[in-house]
Write a protein that binds this ligand. Structure first.
Ligand code: AMP
Length: 431
């Protein structure tokens, strides 16, 4: 019986790991410069947490959540990061020790969606949450941070889209405007949208169904119905973005699928065409009512999440420089024992070392050293052991010399250090 990975859930093999690490490293380094600290919360939470925060009628919660019952508790694999992070923020009364909290997270999320390129059932997100600052400057700074992060990775051909969907007052006002608009057009809508005309007409604007897109074309814009304080926030955001000199597009149809958003919404999309229809790289927005809704004090907040797989699809390759390898080729059990000690010493000196302890011929081991593109090889044969030396081969320069056994590790470490080229990342600087 051979098993396969679950559909839409991917193995990430060591070959691909360098790119993942580079992306994760750039993310951490960038957001830490802006004051964010890492938080790790469980992958499993109570189902109710997601229902309450994201909204019962959203697709993610109603159709895509992996939930299960265990010991009369209903639990779910997290479909996104914000709910768990805010739960932790409230549970640990974080607001009581710091007025402004900046947290970031990174990890797998789960949604039972139809898999396609750029859309998976287990995928990785990295995200930030900024709690305790309700002003538009923090929205603008978060968007600027994302652009800086993408620039560092060498990802271009981007479009930043922003919208404002107001707070509860604006939403209620606008809901009524939309109900009045869609009611006479209900016959032209998809079945799914028709059910939402009275309950949640805002969602219709988010529909991908061509009938709904057509019917939404002339819909009144929420931006024209903002309550006064929301309008001030929106204008504040725009002038802060303008101060950064950052290009962006106002997209009144950007509503994003979760219930908890208020005021600012944003998305960063790739315009390169490399990832087809799933071109949203980063999505985020303000959620000023969620903390209170989950039992905390009224606390304004904003956050975003980005899909790491999608970023990897558009991230250019950088010159990857793996640390040079020293391969150890011992002949006989006594040489293997000595080889183990040598490998340990090499690693303690910061050298990547690998020992072939399978008792194979010298010829086979040297072939393997070559195929692994080892930079150095240490040969421990009978002749060497008898003289307490190690034959050190430089496989790049094709030279070889005997070195006293107790000096060999240091000799190799120094040699590698002297010949090491500085590794480069996307900007050509040291990582
Ligand atoms: P969301 O949490 O839906 O706002 O998504 C935020 C970001 O996560 C998106 O812009 C994508 O980059 C990524 N994302 C969302 N769903 C998936 C998925 N099923 N597979 C891969 N990436 C995803």
């Amino acid at each position: 019986m051979r098993f396969r990975a679950v559909k839409g859930m991917n193995d990430i093999l060591p070959d691909e790991m360098q790119r993942w690490h580079r992306l994760e490293r750039a993310f951490r380094r960038t957001v830490e410069l802006y004051g964010y600290q890492e938080v790790r919360v469980p992958i499993v939470e109570s189902t109710d947490l997601f229902v309450r925060s994201m909204g019962e009628s959203t697709d993610v919660v109603s159709k895509e959540m992996y939930s299960f019952d265990r010991h009369s508790e209903s639990l779910a694999l997290r479909p996104e990061g914000t709910a768990g992070v805010v739960r932790a923020y409230v549970e640990h009364s974080t607001h009581a020790h710091e007025p402004v909290t900046r947290w970031y997270y990174l990890g797998p999320m789960f949604r039972a969606e139809r898999p396609q390129r750029g859309r998976y059932r287990q995928f990785y997100q990295a995200g930030c949450e900024l709690l305790g600052d309700g002003g538009p400057a923090s929205d603008a700074e978060m968007i600027e941070m994302l652009c800086e992060f993408l620039r560092r990775l060498g990802i271009g051909e981007l479009e930043v889209r922003v919208n404002c969907m107001g707070g509860p007052e604006t939403r209620e006002r606008y809901r009524q405007v939309l109900v009045d608009y869609f009611r006479p057009r209900a016959a032209a809508l998809s079945g799914h949208a028709r059910e939402r005309v009275e309950r949640n007409p805002l969602r219709i604007l988010d529909s991908k169904d061509p009938r709904d897109i057509e019917a939404s074309r002339e819909a009144p814009r929420l931006l024209d119905h903002l309550a006064e304080s929301d309008r001030e926030h929106w204008l504040g955001l725009r002038s802060a973005l303008d101060a950064f000199g950052m290009p962006y597009v106002v997209d009144p149809l950007l509503v994003r699928g979760l219930d908890y958003y208020t005021r600012t919404l944003f998305e960063v999309c790739s315009t390169s065409g490399a990832i087809g229809s799933q071109n949203a790289l980063i999505g985020g927005g303000r959620y000023d009512t969620l903390v209170a809704q989950l039992g905390g004090p009224a606390t304004p907040a904003i956050g975003f999440a980005m899909g790491l797989e999608r970023l990897l699809l558009v991230m250019p390759d950088a010159v990857e420089v793996a640390p040079p390898l020293c391969f150890i080729a011992p002949v006989g059990p006594q040489a293997v024992r000595f080889g183990l000690l040598l490998a340990r010493e090499l690693r303690s000196l910061g050298v990547r070392a690998e020992l072939d302890a399978r008792g194979r011929s010298m010829k086979a081991m040297l072939r393997r050293a070559d195929s692994m593109r080892a930079r150095m090889c240490m040969v421990l044969g009978d002749a060497e052991l008898a003289r307490s030396v190690v034959a050190v081969k430089d496989l790049e320069r094709h030279t070889q010399q005997d070195v006293a056994a107790d000096q060999a590790a240091r000799f190799v470490a120094e040699l590698l250090e002297r010949s090491e080229d500085p590794p480069t990342d996307a900007q050509g600087g040291r990582p």
